[in-house]
Ligand binder design. Structure first.
Ligand SMILES: [Zn+2]
Length: 305
């Protein structure tokens, strides 16, 4: 595995860690894990040396770095629902927002950069774009330290630009739980909290803000502030080549689908459910399809509070 364009103080370190952890197998017995510490220590066990927690991930002996206090915020931006909602909440809190997009991390989505640029323009905010390449096989659907890798590039950028505050479109109610289906450590609040603690050792006024509670919260913020963007956003999980068949199957409920959505994954079900609750679509809602959405959401244990 090879990562290019990770040459800053922090990004070089996290790129190495990313490579090391990529060659390790995913844990086979999740039930033995106890949250963050257990996950990281098992995941990063190498050469019989176990590492506990992100406090040990920062092994460099660096001097403290002083960054002047300001209300500047560097916000990781994909142009998706969550990152747009995070922008609106950050604005409400008075931050001076600069958007940041690291192109090349999500190799499957090659339109992502163009999309992020279009949406940033619509929001009228500056967008910093940095590019990287990751070559080689990725054993994880979501690499456990993907966001930590992106953040390390952002922090390196922040060092040069006098920014010590950062944000992602993460949900602060998203706790790290290992289950048979889900080991998304990268987006968990525990991961962000541990990263903040780690960076604070070097940058005293370092801060990671988490603005969003859950999917529903993000959707509500989006409806309130960027309803016009809704049709351009889709968090649909179904690969495009499978969409036509699934969409056709869902047409039996009437013309109820949002543009670009399959209608059967839990993200699509959630959007329809929330759109109905907020009554934002100028369509007649199908009660049968709403019931189907509820079943999908129940199966996925989606937090609708
Ligand atoms: Zn879908």
């Amino acid at each position: 595995m090879q990562l290019n364009n990770f040459t800053g103080i922090f990004s070089e370190y996290f790129a190495n860690l990313f490579i090391q952890t990529s060659s390790l197998p995913l844990i086979s017995n999740p039930s033995v894990l106890e949250g963050f510490e257990g996950f990281v220590s098992l995941l990063y066990k190498k050469d019989n040396q176990s590492i506990n927690g992100i406090k040990y991930l920062f092994k460099h002996q660096l001097n403290t770095i002083q960054i002047e206090n300001s209300n500047k915020l560097l916000l990781a931006f994909s142009g998706g629902k969550d990152s747009i909602a995070a922008v609106h909440l950050a604005k409400e809190k008075g931050f001076d927002i600069v958007l940041y997009h690291l192109s090349g991390v999500n190799r499957a989505y090659n339109h992502e950069l163009q999309h992020a640029q279009n949406i940033a323009k619509e929001l009228g905010l500056p967008l910093i774009v940095e590019k990287c390449t990751i070559k080689g096989k990725l054993p994880y659907k979501e690499h456990p330290i993907k966001n930590a890798l992106i953040l390390s590039k952002m922090v390196d950028f922040g060092l040069l630009s006098g920014i010590s505050q950062f944000a992602f479109g993460n949900h602060y109610s998203y706790k790290f739980e290992v289950s048979e289906f889900d080991t998304d450590f990268s987006d968990s609040i525990e991961c962000f909290e541990e990263l903040e603690k780690g960076y604070k050792n070097y940058i005293p006024n370092f801060k990671i803000h988490s603005f969003l509670r859950n999917d529903k919260h993000a959707f509500e913020v989006l409806i309130k502030h960027s309803l016009n963007l809704l049709s351009k956003l889709s968090s649909c999980l179904l690969p495009p080549y499978r969409k036509p068949n699934v969409v056709r199957a869902n047409m039996k409920f009437g013309n109820v689908l949002l543009v670009g959505r399959c209608g059967s994954c839990y993200k699509c079900a959630l959007e329809y459910h929330l759109a109905h609750e907020a009554n934002v679509l100028s369509v007649e809602y199908s009660q049968d399809y709403l019931a189907k959405c509820k079943r999908i959401l129940k199966q996925k244990n989606v937090d609708l509070s």
